[in-house]
Design a protein. Sequence first.
Length: 368
Amino acid sequence: MIVLKATQDKVLSVLQSVAGIVERRHTLPILANVLIRKTGSALQFTTSDLEIQIRTTVEFDGDAGNFTTTVGARKLIDILRTMPADQTVSLESAQAKLILKGGKSKFTLQTLPAEDFPLVQESASFGPSFSVPQKTLKDLLSQVSFAMAVHDIRYYLNGILFVAEGKQLSLVATDGHRLAFASAMLDVEVPRQEVILPRKTVLEMQRLLSDADGAIEMQFANNQAKFSFEGMEFVTKLVEGKFPDYNRVIPKNHKNGIILGRQPLLASLQRTAILTSDKFKGVRLNIDPGTLRVASNNAEQEEAVDELDIDYNGDSIEIGFNVTYLIDALANMDQEMVKVELSDSNSSALLTIPDNANFKYVVMPMRI
């Protein structure tokens, strides 16, 4: 039976869209496979790592009839990659094998029974669905994902908090040293829902989302979130635990504020970062009326100093930061100007976009 017939580029892009979560080595060998379910001309491709499940549905040529199997996802992708994009390829089933043909090449692949594939049990009670344009969600994720913790024992920090309330969707990430907040408007009003998406889910979503205007639909349950877009369905487990109260962390009423060009500030920090010590990555900022001075030094007693002219008439402040935390935030923004608000040398700094309440970035100072 011919399971599918299409050009290499079409088959490859479908497989790549679901294969990002597939682990090469897993305690369950079948999780290295993709589940292929054929119903007439519609084909469903499903992958899982027991916590995330991705499914996409496409129409391909092939014999009429129904068929299901599972086959090694990476192997299939590796073989397809070696073929030209316009090459017509076919998958045929024969006994317990799948045969991939393309041009004069033929590959016979081992399969595992579809009934052994562990599908994620979907929650029975999802909340109301709401949607935002794909590009909006992609932008929100890129504005906060860099602040997620990595392998923190406070496991609820290894992800992003999604808060949907009224007509607003807010995303928050923090690793205990810095916190990023970004929000966007929704098309419908929703009751308050709060979930923490795991780090792996966030990285996979960033890989899959495009800049298309098409909507992505979201639904949250107690222990699951579901995203649907462009013929794909993405179900993920959530991180349990209580996320820190981000509203208490974001400083209000800092009395000193500077508005300056994002690019010049980023360039200045990147220059001075070269002479920071590998372990501490500390830079000193001296802010005086009219001047911002950025300085760093390292264990070899080398020193970097960089000055920027600024429009500022507030207090003189000397404050230290981990330069990576500042660079991360500025590099993930695309606005021309940035506002830096400070109180004194021991208080957190707040980075925002002038006249825009949708992005806030808090960074703790560092003793240097």
